[in-house]
Design a protein. Structure first.
Length: 168
């Protein structure tokens, strides 16, 4: 029986309660977490970086515009002063994600273990529902990751990331 994937229409924002990042001091697995609501449109919420290896910490309260709204950039590039959604880094400090790997000549990444599991379920499915919600994770995945010819390579990369995440 073929594995299938039922669209949950999850947006990238639903995984933003925790970012596993590489510590800029010691390169160990670290976390960026919100101290309150995790959705990017929430304002006035402190975001905290914590490294359990070297003890480095950092906090930030993201800036708002003159209308007291979050300043958000949807880009794969880091822009200082914005909440940056969509690249291989956390949204607030710009630290590189711990869960990233080169695959099929591209960088595959995930914010945390739940995000990685969601990607794994999508990639290994041979049958996928049509018409995903236009802002959902599955609708925004690059074509190389969705391609059946790359399924094994992407699945193996995800497996390596799972092992890496569970080592520390």
């Amino acid at each position: 029986m073929k594995k299938d994937f039922k669209n949950e229409h999850r947006m990238l924002e639903s995984f933003s309660y925790e970012f596993l990042v590489a510590c800029p001091n010691c390169n160990s697995k670290s976390k960026v977490i919100p101290l309150g609501e995790h959705y990017p449109y929430s304002t006035g919420i402190t975001k905290r970086f914590i490294c359990l290896n070297c003890g480095m910490t950092n906090e930030i309260i993201p800036k708002n515009n003159s209308f007291n709204q979050s300043i958000i950039s949807y880009s794969s590039n880091w822009n200082e002063g914005f909440k940056n959604i969509g690249g291989a880094f956390d949204w607030y400090f710009g630290y590189p994600l711990y869960l990233q790997i080169l695959c099929c000549g591209q960088t595959s990444w995930a914010y945390n273990l739940e995000h990685l599991e969601y990607l794994k379920n999508y990639v290994q499915a041979e049958l996928r529902e049509c018409r995903p919600y236009y802002l959902s994770v599955e609708s925004r995945l690059p074509l190389w990751m969705k391609s059946a010819k790359n399924r094994n390579a992407v699945f193996n990369a995800i497996s390596k990331l799972e092992k890496k995440a569970n080592q520390n």
